[in-house]
Ligand binder design. Structure first.
Ligand code: GLA
Length: 489
């Protein structure tokens, strides 16, 4: 292998010589597959974009409140070269994902829902839409793609795919970019796949720093690296319950986005009635920054009156907003593809969603303080509180996540919570570093060899290696690309 290929890996991953040899083997495989599939090219790039684990701040990003994720040393990698025209030709190292070929043009029609090629299309569509690459002169690419992030597990493999695709497209078109602007652009672009997510995943994948968590604030995007503590290691456990963003979890996710929009509308309307002031809050977080001339107790009061604690059918929301139900649907329930989110049969749970978001936002701020004050006990306590709020108010847990969280605490975790969008996927546990091996051993016995085996009739995701389902998190740096010259040696 040419030396600059390896030095690119070492620089980008900041790894030891031992790790470098396994990385070289991985990238060598991708490069060999590339050479066996595509014509030789003078310019071959290597691209990598990490997944993430969110420590705290769940479902706060799209409400304008902060989050605190860590980028993982697990990522999506591309070996990629410009194609001769505008065609994009993608081979996935994982044979479960079929070859995809399309033309880099705008607008770009998506594949069927759930198709992996849509994440690549999302990036290209977004970049062409924003004019970062000229639609008439766009150059396509040939790529071999390989990933080490468990998919549909709440570790953001889909956003990593979007980020890697964007870097590949920008690299072959020789376009320079600003990471923050690109993160914003891709957060918007990813809605192409149909879920109304916020900007956390793309931002941390592009802007993370090694060894640190990243506090991210939104609208406008701002980041603050938060050094992690040596005495605590975060251990990620995959429940093996798949929660693909493109399938059932999509309705559940979008429903919560809509419920937050309704909270914002109802509170804004209540403030207008109380003060005569028109509130223009785009996100829930704007309500606090608005000059409403209300004390926080009055705002709290207005909120209780506006929402009430019971679930609200669409009709009740419409009455409170003095609109008709169709207007409410058009204004607040419309999704990116123009479809209207159907009303949940049990009504919109506006109060609980609101309470989760505002208390979770406070917990993010306290968590950053706890890291600065090196207070492991507080970190654990905040994680536990966050989990309870995600479970009870945001209702994004499931029985398997509950089992993992309780087992984690039983086996000594200082704090444990679900991470990511929820409805399956992973938990994250704060564990004293000297106890990590023991903790992992106990969790393997109790969950993967215990619970999962007992429940084998159920539909758990399969895995090859335990190290892919339970692992200590090592905070990686943000996405990267570099030129690889020559062929594998
Ligand atoms: C998904 C979304 C993120 C965020 C999380 C929940 O990962 O893509 O933007 O909303 O869910 O915190």
């Amino acid at each position: 292998m040419p030396s600059d290929f390896s030095s690119g890996l070492q620089r980008s991953y900041g790894c030891s010589p031992v790790e470098l040899s396994s990385l070289r083997a991985r990238y060598n495989r991708l490069l060999q597959l590339f050479n066996a599939t595509f014509a030789a090219s003078e310019q071959v790039f290597v691209v990598r974009a990490p997944g993430r684990v969110n420590l705290i701040g769940e479902h706060t990003d799209y409400n304008g409140y902060p989050v605190l994720p860590v980028a993982l040393d697990r990522d999506i990698a591309f070996v990629v070269a410009p194609s001769s025209g505008r065609s994009v030709d993608l081979i996935n190292e994982n044979a479960a994902f079929n070859r995809r070929t399309f033309v880099a043009e705008f607008p770009l029609a998506p594949y069927q829902q759930g198709d992996w090629g849509n994440y690549v299309k999302a990036a290209i569509h977004g970049i062409l839409e924003a004019g970062m690459v000229d639609r008439n002169r766009a150059i396509g690419f040939n790529a071999v793609v390989g990933g080490t992030i468990p998919e549909s597990a709440g570790l953001s493999s889909s956003s990593a795919m979007v980020v890697a695709s964007a870097l590949a497209f920008l690299a072959v078109n020789n376009v320079k970019f600003d990471r923050k602007l690109l993160a914003d652009l891709l957060a918007h672009a990813e809605r192409y796949v149909g879920s109304e997510g916020g900007g956390m995943d793309q931002a941390v994948s592009l802007l993370a720093e090694p060894g640190r968590a990243l506090r991210i604030d939104f609208f406008p995007l701002r980041t603050e690296p938060v050094p992690l503590l040596k005495e605590i290691t975060f251990v990620v456990c995959n429940s093996l319950v798949r929660a693909p963003k493109s399938e059932n979890a999509r309705y559940a996710f979008n429903r919560r986005v809509v419920e937050c929009r309704l909270a914002n509308a109802l509170i804004s309307e209540a403030i207008r009635r109380k003060t005569g002031k028109i509130v223009r809050a785009v996100h829930l977080a704007d309500l606090v920054s608005e000059d409403t001339r209300l004390t926080s107790a009055e705002l709290q009061d207005a909120t209780v009156q506006a929402i009430g604690e019971q679930p609200l059918p669409l009709r009740a929301v419409a009455e409170r907003l003095a609109k008709n139900p169709r207007e409410v649907e058009r204004a607040y329930c419309t999704l990116r593809d123009g479809s209207i989110l159907r009303e949940p049969s049990d009504g919109f749970r506006v109060w609980n969603r609101y309470r989760h978001v505002v208390t979770e936002a406070e917990r993010v701020i306290s968590m950053v303080r706890a890291f600065r004050e090196a207070d492991p006990g507080k970190i654990g306590e905040l994680m536990n509180q966050s989990h309870a709020s995600c479970r009870d108010d945001y209702e994004i847990s499931c029985p398997e996540l509950e089992v993992l969280v309780s087992l984690g605490r039983e086996h000594g975790a200082l704090g444990a919570r679900l991470t990511g969008a929820g409805f399956g996927g992973c938990t994250v546990h704060a564990v004293r570093t000297e106890r990590v091996d023991d903790f992992i051993h106990c969790m393997v016995e109790a969950y993967y060899h215990g619970f999962v085996r007992q429940e084998l009739g159920r539909d758990f995701a399969r895995y090859e290696h335990l190290r892919d389902v339970i692992f200590p998190c090592r905070a990686a740096g943000g996405a990267d690309f570099w030129l690889a010259e020559g062929n594998p040696g």
